[in-house]
Design a protein around this ligand. Structure first.
Ligand code: PEP
Length: 253
């Protein structure tokens, strides 16, 4: 059995407040036994309060898709960790490929968010991953190392129970193209080695989840890979059947 198995659904900019509420209510009815799995829903900001409230007497968790590094002030459109914490949000995705590549977030900004979040009760889901060009140029290992070192700069200590790293090759996100078993295994091993270099044995215990076109057909082979502690799922987290089927696969590992 894996020490940690996480299934996090990143809804991105999908589902109204009401749709989100109905969705998690139905999933709550369908998934009565999560086994070893930790299930996290990451709805848009507008639904966070409703989803936390709907799930309050369950052990399903809720995460935000982003967070700002400052705690308050003139940051129009942004949300702080304290705001998330105050309504019961337990996780925040940081450095998602959409944020890096569509909104131009750089490692330095991502690092500030990780530092602030690490000092709070909100657990970061820190996303890294190479583009297709970088992979084709043989740069995957270097890119992962750089993103880890820059994203975790000035973090001296890591608590593996309060940190999740998500490996999401950019070319596999939302494309239907999943990384091969070997590619995932190699990348997770490289990430583990980098975390060990930075944080010693605690680094080895950080859960590393995979994201990139995970669905109910490939979930079993992906969760079987050594060093994969679960998934960050976009598209397949939006459908009740596929999400429940993935949880049902993962919970047995
Ligand atoms: C994601 O949004 O993080 C993601 C992995 O999306 P998808 O599962 O659709 O590839």
């Amino acid at each position: 059995m894996k020490s940690t198995c996480i299934v996090a659904g990143n809804w991105k900019m999908n589902k109204s407040n009401q749709d989100g509420k109905s969705f998690v209510s139905e999933i709550q009815k369908r998934i009565l036994d999560k086994g070893n799995a930790k299930v996290i829903f990451c709805p848009p900001f507008t639904s966070l309060f409703t989803i936390v409230d709907t799930l309050k007497s369950s052990d399903f968790s809720v995460g935000a898709q982003n967070v700002h590094n400052e705690l308050k002030g003139a940051y129009t459109g942004e949300i702080s960790v304290n705001m998330l914490n105050s309504i019961g949000v337990e996780y925040a995705i940081i450095g998602h490929s959409d944020r890096r590549h569509t909104f131009g977030e750089l490692d330095d900004f991502i690092n500030k968010k990780i530092i602030t979040t690490s000092k709070s009760n909100v657990i970061p889901i820190f996303c890294i991953g190479e583009t297709l060009d970088q992979r084709k140029s043989g740069l995957t290992g270097k890119i992962l190392k750089d993103q880890i070192e820059l994203g975790l700069k000035n973090i001296d200590n890591i608590n593996p129970e309060k940190f999740i790293l998500a490996y999401e090759p950019v070319w596999a996100i939302g494309t239907g193209e999943t990384a091969s078993t070997l590619q995932v295994e190699e990348a997770h091993l490289k990430i583990k080695t980098n975390l060990e270099t930075l944080f010693g044995s605690k680094g080895l215990d950080v859960p590393i989840i995979y994201g990139g076109s995970v669905n109910e057909k490939n979930a079993e082979s992906l969760i079987n890979i050594d060093g994969v502690n679960g998934f960050l799922i976009g598209g397949a987290s939006l459908e009740i059947d596929s999400f429940c089927n993935i949880v049902n696969i993962v919970k047995n590992f």
